[in-house]
Design a protein around this ligand. Structure first.
Ligand code: ACO
Length: 323
């Protein structure tokens, strides 16, 4: 038996922090409203010269450093983003070139806020089938560039950033408790594509467009879909919610995290929450939260962790791994 084992994590944030109070100077909102409805207190916003690729490169270098690996050992890069530097080529190829590991496989995946889960599942499958041995899996976004900064219902919710992990295929010799990815489930329901979308694109308007969202509907679907996919993964792995040391959720809204945890009877102390600091960084949010909790010592070697996310499409997924 082989498993894709977590070797290292890294993250990167833009230099500039924007607080709720600063946003309230631009649109009709308040720190109190944003904190009460979302749990968000601040977000990082990319400045001149900071792009999805530059953040991804910094996060990748940090993950490689954490893994004690040289970039030349990486033969697969999967980068999740909805805000690529260019329509093409894939931002992953820019990362590959900057790291100096050209020649392997490199491509982007687009599943919006669930993108990192889709990227992890793709990399895991490719490692298990032997197409590659060591993968960099990245979630990187500059959502600030697709927001309508006059729309208070969306601009307060998002931020920019990147997170990266290194996965390595390892022979586990039938050891059920071996470290690595144990079970993953992904879903999509295209019937809901117009509840959360960007109103532009190369083939429609030839513009980049702005994010549009029916917030309360997204909220309801998120809680239902996340609860069901978490239960599926627990069942596939033959473990119960009590066995999980840490849930590392997509950081969309503190109320979605609370509601999902309550339904699964997972205590709040075992949920990694970074939404207050980073806001919703879409595909970057899960690896950013994972790196934060590993570096501050919450997540330790041997822990059983559950990653989960839901986003535009709708798309959603969850992944159980032993660290
Ligand atoms: N500041 C002040 N007032 C606001 C703001 C704001 N930033 N935004 C909306 N309001 C107002 C609305 O206009 C409305 O006013 P009205 O009653 O006079 O019409 C009132 O606040 C309530 O608006 P709702 O949309 O009903 O507020 P709700 O409690 O649902 O919170 C929110 C909105 C935060 C967007 C919530 O629905 C949500 O978090 N949904 C999930 C969306 C999400 O997380 N999307 C991210 C991408 S998908 C994902 O990652 C899962």
């Amino acid at each position: 038996m082989t498993r894709s084992r977590l070797r290292g994590t890294g993250s990167a944030l833009p230099a500039k922090v924007v607080t709720n109070a600063e946003l309230a100077e631009r649109v009709d909102t308040s720190d109190e409203w944003i904190v009460e409805r979302t749990g968000i207190r601040q977000r990082y916003i990319a400045g001149e010269g900071e792009t999805t690729a530059s953040l991804a490169i910094e996060a990748s270098r940090s993950a490689l450093d954490d893994a004690g690996m040289d970039a030349s050992e990486i033969d697969l890069i999967v980068l999740a983003t909805a805000t690529p530097d260019n329509t093409f080529p894939a931002t992953a190829t820019k990362v590959q070139d900057a790291l100096g590991c050209n020649g392997g496989i490199a491509f982007d995946v687009a599943a919006v806020c669930s993108g990192f889960l889709y990227a992890v599942a793709t990399a895991d499958s490719m490692l298990k089938t032997g197409m590659a041995k060591r993968a960099l899996v990245i979630g990187a976004e500059t959502f600030s560039r697709i927001l309508n900064w006059e729309d208070r219902t969306t601009c307060v919710l998002f931020g920019d950033g990147a997170g990266a992990i290194v996965l390595e295929r390892e022979d586990t010799s039938d050891n059920e408790n071996a470290a690595g990815i144990i079970a993953t489930r992904l879903h999509a329901d295209g019937a809901q594509h117009d509840l959360l979308y960007v109103d532009g694109g190369p083939s429609t308007t030839q513009t980049v467009g702005h994010l549009r969202m029916r917030g309360p509907e997204v909220f309801r679907h998120a809680v239902v879909n996340l609860t069901s996919v978490l239960n599926e993964v627990l069942e596939d792995a033959g473990v119960s919610a009590e066995d999980i040391d840490w849930v590392v959720p997509h950081q969309a809204n503190a109320r979605i995290l609370d509601a999902t945890a309550r339904k699964l009877r997972i205590p709040a102390e075992r949920i990694v929450v970074t939404v207050d600091q980073h806001a919703n960084t879409s595909a970057a949010s899960v690896p950013l939260a994972l790196d934060t909790a590993r570096r501050d010592g919450r997540i330790k070697a041997g822990d059983l962790i559950m990653l989960e996310a839901m986003g535009g499409g709708f798309t959603w997924g969850a992944c159980l791994m032993r660290v």
